[in-house]
Design a protein around this ligand. Sequence first.
Ligand code: G16
Length: 543
Amino acid sequence: MDFSKAVSVAKDEYPKTVEKTIKYGTAGFRSKAEELDFVMYRMGLLASLRSLNKKAVIGVVITASHNPECDNGVKLVDPMGEMLAQEWEVYATDLVNAKDEGIADVLKNIVKECKIDTSKEPFIFIGRDTRPSSDRLRDAVLAGANALNAKVKDFGIVSTPVIHFVVTCHNDGGKYGEPTEDGYYKKMTQAFKKLRSSGTTVGNYKPDIYFDGANGVGALMMAEIAKLLEGDMNIEMYNTGDGVLNHECGADFVKVQQRWPNNVPKTVSKRCVSVDGDADRVIYSYLDEDKRYHMLDGDRIATLYAGYIQELLTVSGLDLSLGLVQTAYANGASTEYINKKLGVPVGCAKTGVKHVHHLALQYDIGVYFEANGHGTIIFSKKGRETIRAAANDASLGAKQAGAARLADVMDIINETVGDAISDMLLVETVLHARGWSIEDWKKTYTDLPNRQMKVSVADRAVITTTDAERVCVTPEGLQETINKLVSSYPKGRAFVRPSGTEDIVRVYAEAATQKETDELAHKVACAVFEQAGGVGQLPKLPH
Ligand code: G16
């Protein structure tokens, strides 16, 4: 393959503008949008080679998800909807950090090491979020694809989960669904309607929600879904695009700030569903009679799902393993509830869907969720086949009905990746099946008070961790300080880790009361600031 065009376009149109080393993070490259043109161009090149390597369509999503509107980023999607394989993250990092004239050598090396047959035509699916910079950065990806003569299908402005879905559907010959945006809406809403055929208002459950679209693509997608669900759900939409993306609204805002999103009416007991900037995360909230804020995050969703699936497995009599995977951010109370009350095995992985997904693969039915609302359910081949066979076996009597419901759950859920809208539809399904209000759901267990903080440091790479990020290895002495602080708070727990999507260090703390939790989080944040090269002002005590 001749890479001279790739080099000349890089030099003339997409020259490298950043000297610092850039790393492939938790979910791809993410930075200020103005620093990313050359990165996107090179990801167009890389996605083309990956497509040849896998002899399949590869997805590219231009988004910085929950980050502020001025940021942007890129996520690469492997053939079966997985995140880009980790060995290719290394190639991505090499390619992005090469000098313009060094691109050809990196590309040649990838071709050689992966024994890529370059005689075929690469094929890429591309999608982007609503950020103003996304259009320009899409052109940069296209230029990279074009330099390697790739065929490209541009899906325009779509959520990240849609690209995961269409890539999977195309590569498996349509078994998973129709590889179009419409096919995505159709598959989920049809299964949803089937599961709720017994009527909309059941017990304490009412089919009314507020939807907080974070002023992003989730609002556009929900507008389509709402049309298809007319009569089944009453969805009132807020933060649909008039305001700034992710600003004082959306899943990350409500989760981290533990506050009701801006612009959404403060109606007591109403379920509010917040999604993030690329609609792959979801968080539920409500206000009680005293207008106190309550949040039901990824941990709550995971426990709701696991309990429901466990029940369906009992009804259907199917012998399939069920397990749940969380990260260090999971609330201690949720882990205890899963272990002790549900009796479902629970594992802990590093932050990032790629890590939790991997661990969930060991079960026939693996539920994985990050507390930030990013997660899904995956089914093994055996799990899928067993469920489908039982769902079609009339001789099973009542057991068949349980299996049929499990089969519908498989159709609602977007197995390819965490998907805010599909996750929401399954939450609504379970609440409906149980006749639960959001307060009923909240009563299942009591969260330990928790707090997240961000600390700016000169170089967040000085923080390294181990044990699924629960223990800090460097800088030396920081973990000892954290241990000492934690030991003086009943039910205390805290950890620190460098973010893989923002230029900050994240701090998480839990303790018996909110006041103590805030104090502990603040003390740990100050320790990070002092021992890991903090910049700017000392972190302030949260209120
Ligand atoms: C991405 C990843 C998530 C991760 C989040 C935060 O989410 O896909 O798995 O939890 O980043 O990562 P970090 O704490 O390293 O910044 P998204 O929704 O921003 O793409």
